[in-house]
Design a protein around this ligand. Structure first.
Ligand code: GLA
Length: 385
């Protein structure tokens, strides 16, 4: 059922409108966003839709096409972080309502029906897609006129403080602010964005997303630990955010790390600072329309995430290595790690061979069959109806 049909079936009325926001793939710039670093994500054409409308019920009601007949009702006064009244998936849309309250926006009771085509657990930001669709829907519906970076920050706040996931700003910014045919170059420390043309088809290339279907339970705890490592290192180096260390000063910075965990911190810092540099080099190549030339940067990013940042896993490594052996120009894990997806840049006429090689390798290894999609940069959040 679409969001509109779900809204009608569960709430017995027509919605005031329907908005949507996409999932994302990060081309490069992984585990840099929470250090004030550089990222280069793009939106994909899998979207979450939010149909919303006012209700006379005096409570917020949320439902989802992906949940059979489930309607959750929550009173406005129960909308606060860790409220026992809000558990599981409704925390994403209702967290956005709470974050809007926190900005002083008085959101009246609403009905919200969701329908998402962004696969959950694939590292494609299904949560940011829902948050951004709901944030734009309410902002438009109430004529708040919030700009895209503000909507992204509201969505991130919902996820950080209401849902309780300590993510950076990349996913929400990609979902809120991307444009079709472009990757979004976001310098988080400087708070500036550029839309960089990224047209794989024109270059006879394809970008595959290989969902490994793996999700290791240490993902959330390890993410928080990596953030803490970056904060410790920044403190020792006398900078507010780790990405303020210039690439040219990397060796000097590594020598300045001390304590019993100095060698671990050195690896974390080396990943973050070299990853920022790889983003700069990728942007420079894309600006010159040398898309095929970014392949080695993608592979170097994967190696750095695997060896220095230690957030990869056997399934991600197998997918990236097999894709390259089968002829991909470059491949790397995307998102937080410990499962989720790998991207592989290939010649368009090689994409089938690359995909089948990875599927065969997973079968031989006894892993769940991966899902392989080809993606192109899609539009960010928008009104659909
Ligand atoms: C997750 C987080 C993002 C970002 C990535 C790693 O997707 O939600 O904020 O930190 O991991 O780059």
């Amino acid at each position: 059922m679409s969001a509109t049909e779900t809204f009608r079936a569960r709430f017995g009325a027509d919605p005031a409108g329907v908005w949507s926001a996409p999932g994302r793939v990060n081309l490069i710039g992984e585990h840099t966003d929470y250090t004030g670093g550089l990222v280069l994500p793009f939106a994909i054409d899998a979207r979450a839709q939010a149909a919303i409308g006012p209700n006379g019920a005096g409570v917020f009601r949320v439902t989802s096409a992906q949940r059979d007949n489930d309607v959750i009702s929550v009173a406005a006064q129960d909308l606060r972080p860790s409220s026992p009244a809000v558990k599981g998936w409704p925390a994403y849309p209702l967290g956005v309502v709470w974050a809007l309250y926190e900005r002083g926006i008085d959101v009246p009771p609403l009905d919200i029906a969701l329908d998402s085509a962004v696969p959950a657990g694939a590292g494609l930001s299904s949560s940011a897609a829902v948050e951004c669709a709901v944030a734009l829907a309410i902002s438009d519906h109430l004529e708040c006129g919030l700009d895209r970076p503000t909507l992204a920050r509201i969505a991130q706040r919902a996820e950080n403080e209401f849902v309780g996931v300590p993510c950076g700003l990349m996913d929400q910014m990609a979902s809120a602010a991307s444009t079709e045919g472009h990757a979004l170059f976001f310098d988080i420390g400087a708070d500036t964005t550029w839309h960089i043309p990224f047209d794989t088809a024109a270059a006879s290339l394809a970008m595959l997303v290989i969902d490994t279907r793996a999700h290791h339970s240490l993902a959330d705890g390890e993410y928080a630990k990596r953030r803490a490592d970056c904060e410790t290192a920044a403190g020792q180096l006398g900078v507010e955010l780790l990405s303020q260390v210039p690439f040219e000063r990397l060796d000097h910075a590594l020598a300045g790390l001390t304590g019993p965990r100095a060698t671990v911190l050195q690896r974390r810092v080396r990943h973050v600072i070299t990853e920022n540099q790889r983003v700069r080099e990728t942007v420079a190549l894309l600006r010159e329309e040398h898309i095929a030339a970014i392949g080695p940067l993608l592979s170097a990013s994967h190696a750095s995430l695997r060896d220095d940042y230690e957030v990869s896993c056997a399934e991600l490594d197998l997918a990236a290595d097999t894709a390259e052996t089968a002829g991909a120009l470059g491949a790397r894990m995307v998102g937080g790690g410990f499962g989720g997806s790998v991207i592989a840049l290939t010649a368009a006429d090689r994409a089938g061979v690359v995909a089948n090689s990875v599927i065969d390798a997973f079968s031989r290894a006894g892993y769940t069959r991966p899902v392989v999609r080809s993606v192109t940069p899609a539009a960010g959040a928008r009104r659909d109806l």
